[in-house]
Design a protein around this ligand. Structure first.
Ligand code: MN
Length: 291
């Protein structure tokens, strides 16, 4: 069923990445760095300091946290850009969604001169089918829509309230993968979804989207006046991880890299439907022919 079950073991020391930077690459690499956790999130600052070794980094991020914004864009109201001072340099805070940040960052701030879009580093994993909710992954998808090499990077939290997550390795891997895709571009309209665990990491695996099903997705509570309200959360079911999937390799202590594509078509099913009498709908034409 799945196309890519190959497991590639990368014999590489991530910490050496910086020594080999820019060999064979142009010096004037321009990187658009966005996120969905907001411009003051620690993950984007860690990514900037790491990516600065590769080129010029433009930090363009939502003015407030916009996790789970999906691929939303802002229509019918104005968007503002505010220049803000951040550790490591200027940033641009946008009054919209992560995808708005890619559009404005590319068009307005970078004047369409952009070699790479990086989204993250997100506080929390983006795995399996959850990528459709993810502002982090969707922002990288927008980069792919624009035809720019793009990657999304997320840090797996140790628990829901991980007070001080360690972005060090995730930042190094962001740099390593950024360099790889600049040296050897991805096919058009694809992006990489990268998830990095904390602690001892055993290596890196190229994966596919696992299934992540949740229990107790909607919880009912009651407000002080007794009226019900609802809270969306959910606990991932842990018993159904397919070997080699993003979910699975992270459980095994590896970095997961999943190539995603904008085309969500099930081509096999589409072909079957075209050939099936059951799905046949006769052509209507002005000349009266029907197939
Ligand atoms: Mn987020």
């Amino acid at each position: 069923m799945r196309h890519n079950k190959s497991r590639v073991r990368v014999q590489y020391h991530f910490r050496d990445a910086g020594e080999k930077l820019l060999h064979g690459l142009e010096q004037n690499v321009r990187i658009l760095l966005v996120n969905d956790d907001g411009i003051y999130a620690p993950g984007i600052l860690e990514a900037r300091s790491s990516l600065s070794r590769l080129g010029e980094v433009f930090v363009v991020a939502p003015e407030r946290p916009r996790s789970a914004a999906g691929h939303a864009i802002t229509l019918h109201k104005p968007l503002r850009i505010a220049q803000v001072s951040l550790p490591g340099g200027t940033g641009y805070a946008v009054s919209g969604t992560p995808t708005d940040c890619v559009a404005l960052g590319y068009d307005v701030i970078m004047l369409s001169q952009c070699d790479l879009v990086v989204s993250g580093i997100n506080a929390g994993a983006n795995l399996g089918w959850d990528v459709t909710y993810s502002g982090t992954v969707s922002a990288a998808m927008e980069g792919a829509v624009l035809g720019i090499p793009s990657l999304a990077v997320s840090l797996v939290l140790k628990e829901e309230r991980d007070a001080a997550p360690d972005y060090t390795l995730a930042a190094e891997i962001t740099l390593w993968i950024a360099q790889k895709i600049l040296e050897n571009p991805l096919p058009a309209h694809t992006l990489l979804n990268v998830n990095v665990p904390q602690g001892v990491v055993r290596g890196l695996r190229y994966t596919f989207q696992g299934s992540r099903e949740y229990e107790e997705r909607v919880v009912e509570r009651h407000d002080p006046s007794g009226r019900p309200y609802y809270w969306q959360a959910g606990v991932p079911r842990v018993n159904n991880t397919e070997a080699g999937s993003d979910v699975h390799v992270l459980e095994e202590g590896y970095v997961s890299v999943t190539p995603l594509q904008l085309d969500m078509t099930n081509h096999v099913l589409a072909e079957k439907m075209r050939g099936a009498a059951f799905w046949h709908y006769p052509d209507q034409s002005a000349s009266g022919h029907s197939a």
